[in-house]
Design a protein around this ligand. Structure first.
Ligand SMILES: Cc1cc2nc3c(=O)[nH]c(=O)nc-3n(C[C@H](O)[C@H](O)[C@H](O)COP(=O)(O)O)c2cc1C
Length: 197
């Protein structure tokens, strides 16, 4: 969906009319667009400003071929044809940057003393940052197709061997062709999913 086709407000662009895309127009996404995307994503909040997510924009044929063996069968074609596939990953040693990112406290020590807290924090906040990526993509006129159907150990071996980086999920990015969309699925009503206490 192109931004100039959206006649509704920002709530339509980001939520009400936004869809998860499975099919892509043959229209490239520039490196400048990916930089613009990151400039928005980086501003989304994370606990203690820890910013654990790392984004790897898989664009070249060589990198796509490296990603392919990790994908579930249902995710293969849409990922190989997407202009870009973002690997939303996290740095499991994100706390090494806390003296820079959260300088007014010794936040690094909160995590070096508790590997389980470090892992939980990295996974929680990188997942949030992946959600910011989806919404920021929509805001700048791109479409997104998030995926968890892949083998993270295969991605990690292919892209992040001997590093502290681990994959969380994938997001195809480009200009979506709605002919590949599934029917919109129901959502839970407020009463089913929320409560005011
Ligand atoms: C974290 C995450 C993982 C997903 N994994 C897959 C996947 O592996 N394959 C797939 O076809 N769709 C996947 N989806 C797409 C969801 O099924 C889709 O976003 C949901 O049904 C809502 O669709 P809609 O945005 O078009 O309403 C995933 C979505 C998210 C957010």
């Amino acid at each position: 969906m192109l931004m100039d086709q959206n006649t509704g407000g920002i709530e339509d662009l980001l939520f009400n009319k936004a869809r998860t895309f499975n099919k892509w127009h043959e229209r490239t996404v520039s490196d400048a667009q990916l930089h613009a995307l990151y400039e928005l994503v980086k501003m989304g909040p994370t606990s203690g400003n820890c910013l654990p997510a790392r984004f790897y924009f898989v664009k070249s044929k060589e990198a796509k071929d490296r990603l392919a063996p990790a994908l579930s069968r249902g995710n293969l074609e849409k990922t190989m044809t997407a202009p870009v596939t973002a690997i939303v990953a996290y740095d499991s040693e994100f706390y090494e940057k806390l003296p820079q990112l959260f300088p007014h406290a010794d936040a690094r020590s909160w995590f070096t003393s508790s590997p389980s807290l470090a892992e939980e924090t990295a996974f929680r906040n990188s997942s949030l940052q992946g959600a910011y990526l989806i919404l920021a993509a929509r805001l700048i006129g791109l479409d997104a197709g998030p995926m968890s159907g892949f083998k993270s150990d295969v991605v990690d071996a292919a892209f992040f061997a001997d590093t502290p980086i681990k994959s969380n999920f994938l997001v195809n990015l480009g200009y979506g062709d709605p002919s590949g969309n599934f029917d919109r699925l129901p959502r839970l009503a407020f009463e089913e999913a929320a409560a005011i206490l």
